[in-house]
Design a binder for this molecule. Sequence first.
Ligand code: DX5
Ligand code: ZN
Length: 221
Amino acid sequence: MGSIKISPSILSADFARLGEQVAEAEAAGADEIHFDVMDGKFVPGITFGFVVLEAVRRHTQLPIDVHMMVDDPIRFVPEYAAVPGLTMTVHVEACPDLTETIEAIGAAGMRPAVTLRPATPLSEIADALPLVDRVLVMTVVPGVGGQPFMDEVLPKIADLREIAVSHPRLEIAVDGGIKADTAPRAVAAGAATLISGSGVFGHPDGIAGGIRALRLAVERL
Ligand code: DX5
Ligand code: ZN
C-alpha cells in the first residue's frame, strides 16, 4: 500500500542528539514526526513541551503531530499554535469539552485530531468525527514507549474504517507497539499512518533501517 505514512515517535530518540535524529528520520523518508507531550497527571510520566517542540521544529520541514497526553489540552492551544506545521492530537478522555477543544485547534491554524485509549469505545468520539482530520487509535495504554501491540484493538480500527467511509478526509493512525511484525495487521484493519517509537529509533539497523523495515512490511498488502 503506497499511501501508508510513517511517523517516527521521538519518545524513543536519543534526546542528547534530538536534532540530528529528527533530521535523520526526515532524510530516511519519514512522513511526519510524532511528539509525545505527557503531564504527569493524564499519564504518570512527564516528557517535554513547547520549548523542545520549538527546537525540533528548527531541525525538520516535516509536519509534526503533537500527541497531547495532558489534562484539558485546550490550555496549550494558543502557545503551541505559534509553531507552524502542527497537527494537535487530543485525548477524548482528557477534554472537558471535546468539540470546543477541536474547534479551538482548527481556529488557531493547527490540524485537529482526536485519540482514545484502548479501553475507550468509538462511540465516545462519534460527534467529533466530522470535525477532525485524523483519528489516532491507541494500540497500547498511553504513557510509555516499547510496550507490546494490543491485538484486541484491531476490531476498533476496522469499525472505524467502516465509519470513515462517510468522512472522506478522515485519516486513521495507530500508535503503540508498531513494528514490522504488527504493522501489517494494523494496516489490514484500516490504518493509514503508522506511529512508531522503538520500532524506528530503537531499530538494530538504525533509524533508516527501522523506517525501511516498516515500509517493506506493508508494501505488499
Ligand atoms: C505512548 C506514546 C507513543 C510511543 C510509542 O504513550 O504515545 O507515541 O512513543 O512507542 P512504541 O512505538 O515504542 O510503542
Ligand atoms: Zn504518541
